[in-house]
Structures are given as C-alpha cells and as structure tokens.
Design a protein around this ligand. Structure first.
Ligand code: TXA
Ligand code: MG
Length: 331
C-alpha cells in the first residue's frame, strides 16, 4: 500500500473521512502525539490498528471525539466528578475512563467494559474527526514499543506501506501523551501521568486526585505494563551528582570504544561543551516536546545519558516516559 502524506486542507479532510468510513486507518496530529485513527464502530478497521502497530490484544484504545455532547452517545452514565473533569479539561490532553455502552466495538476496549474518551484541542485533529462523522479510536501512531511520533515523518518511518494516509500537521506541541484518569468513589486516579497533573486536577476541580495507585484495588492501564518508548541504543538517566556522574560515565563509554550522547538542560550545557550533547530543553515542558523526537534522532549512538529534569510543570509526566525509555536505568 502506498502511504501518502498530505497537508491539512478541505480536500485532505474529505479524503480522510472517506477512508475512515470505508474501514481504513488514517494517522493524524493531536496536541500530544500523532494518533493512528480508525472508526470505533467498525470491528475490522479497529483490528487493522492492532496489526499495523504490532500491539498486544489486551491493550485498549482511546476513543477521540470532537464535541463534549457526543460523549453521552457512547457511555452508560456520566458521574458528577466526571462532569467536572469534562468541563475543566476538555478539549485538552486528558483521557477519561467511562463505562462503555454497546455502540463502541469490543476490540476498541480489548474486551473490557470501560472506554477511555479524549477530545483533542488540536485544530487539525478536530477537523479530521468532524470530517469522518465517526468516533475515532486511536493509539499513538508508532510501532509498539517505539517512541511515540511527534512529527509526520516519525509516523511515516513506522507506518510506511501499512496505512494509506498521514495528515501532516507539523510538530505536536506537548510531545507526550494525554493524562489517563479513572474516577472511583469521587476520587480521580491517574493511570498515566501527562500535562494535566494531579495538582491541576485538585486545584481546578476541587477533587482528590491520586497518582500512587494501590494496584490491588484500581487496576493500572494495561499499556503501562509493557516495554515502551525504547530507543535502539541503551539509555540511562542521571539524577544524583549530575555533572560528575555524567562526565564519568561519558569517559568510561569512550574508553570502551562506544559513542555516548548527553541530553541536558539548557543551563547545564556549559559543562558538556567539549562532549557530544544536545539540549533537551530548559525545563520539563520543553524537554517533553523534544524527548521522543530526540530519542529517534540520536538512537544511532551507543548510549544516551540524560539529565533528570526537576523543574517545570511536567516533572512527573516526563520522568514517567524517560524511565521507560531507559528501561529503569537510573543513577
Ligand atoms: O495523547 C494520547 O493519549 C494519544 C493521542 C493519539 O490521543 N494516544 C495514546 O494512545 O497515547 P495509546 O494507545 O498509545 O495509549 C493509551 C493508554 C494505554 O496505556 C492504554 O492501556 C490506556 O490508555 N487505556 C485505554 N483505554 C483504557 C481503558 N478503558 N482502561 C484503562 N486504560 C485504558
Ligand atoms: Mg502509545
């Protein structure tokens, strides 16, 4: 199959709408990462997503809508706390879990009784969803285990020949995926951290939010148990005695005839001037925008040595992705 990359315009949306209604997959940008969309009402189309990604069958997909009033079409009921979350954070980088009704097909929810719903803020995403006239289930548009795509070219690298169309909306502006939340007994459980943090939920909604979850009571998102975001080379995150540890590890790697690269904060670049390095950002927000892109760009080195980012509003979300990329390697 030929994979086209098209700029977003009326003609592209029309074409994308037709493709989706005929049971095909279309990749599209959101404010977080690119998604791999299919109609959530079409079992066969949804199965194609799992195949294109090589995704485990037990990992459910998020359903993307463009209007808040459409949520009630696909869920059994909406609690008071869920309503507050919808009003404060949608559209935006949050996915809220509901009890699903029979309209959403079983494959979307991996056979489970719940469905995660997200209303993206990104204009291209919204116009695309509107043009399809369908609820769009979409995982991140990467091959399973790879870093999520933040550019159309990343999607092309993973999906070329597997899908007919990628809508190119440029670089996504948050860079890591939405916060996934589940409401239970009026408490908001954060199953996957994202730009919308525990503090934001508590302050804006006056609800108790919990991010350290007792998994014997609230099951985690199935997706969080898999290897994820891994670059082709090894990676380590340095949190303690940062500059010394990084310099020592860098020298040791060179002595072993291996090529290291350092991901650093802008303010620390001065310590690595004579070394192979790249500035990931000034704080956790900037670093989130660049993380997946840089993992793909610099994975041809032998070792990525990344500084820990302790500043900005996305410390938790960024570290969650980084520590997975590094398969738990933390110094
Ligand atoms: O920002 C995002 O959320 C992006 C864009 C494309 O919207 N999508 C995304 O999808 O990251 P995906 O499939 O890569 O990650 C979805 C996560 C997985 O960890 C999955 O297990 C969890 O959400 N999830 C989906 N439905 C769920 C459900 N019903 N219950 C619990 N977890 C769910
Ligand atoms: Mg993903």
């Amino acid at each position: 199959m030929k994979t086209e990359i098209l700029k977003p315009n009326i003609k592209t949306y029309k074409k994308a709408g037709k493709l989706i209604r005929s049971g095909e997959i279309v990749a599209f940008p959101t404010e977080t990462v690119y998604g791999l969309g299919a109609s959530a009402l079409n079992e066969e189309a949804v199965k194609k997503i799992y195949i294109a990604k090589g995704r485990p069958q037990d990992n459910p997909l998020i359903v993307h809508l463009c209007r808040k009033k459409d949520i009630k079409k696909y869920v059994k009921n909406i609690s008071k706390a869920q309503k507050i979350l919808i009003n404060k954070f949608m559209p935006g980088p949050i996915s809220i879990i509901f009890d699903k009704n029979e309209k959403i097909c079983d494959t979307v929810c991996a056979g489970g009784k719940t469905v995660a719903i997200r209303i993206p803020e990104n204009k291209v995403a919204r116009k695309f969803i509107k043009a399809t006239k369908c609820p769009i289930c979409a995982p991140s548009a990467n091959t399973s285990k790879r870093p999520s795509p933040t550019l159309a070219s990343h999607v092309y690298d993973d999906m070329n020949t597997k899908i007919p169309l990628i809508i190119d909306g440029g670089q996504t502006n948050i860079g890591i995926e939405s916060t996934v939340v589940k409401v239970d007994n009026n408490m908001v459980y954060i199953l996957r951290p994202g730009k919308i943090s525990k503090e934001m939920i508590q302050q804006k909604c006056n609800l108790v939010a919990i991010d350290k979850i007792d998994t014997s009571k609230i099951p985690q998102s199935p997706g969080t148990k898999y290897t994820h975001y891994k670059p082709k080379c090894d990676m380590v995150i340095v949190k303690n005695d940062v500059v010394n540890n990084i310099n020592n590890l860098y020298q040791k790697t060179i002595r072993n005839n291996k090529k290291p690269i350092i991901f650093c904060k802008a303010e620390n670049e001065k310590y690595y001037k004579d070394k192979n390095h790249v500035v990931l950002g000034q704080n956790s927000e900037d670093a989130s925008v660049n993380l997946f892109k840089y993992l793909r760009t610099y994975e041809n080195n032998d070792l990525i040595i990344s500084e820990y980012f302790d500043n900005g509003n996305m410390v938790e979300a960024l570290f969650n992705r980084m520590i997975k990329s590094a398969s738990g390697n933390l110094i």
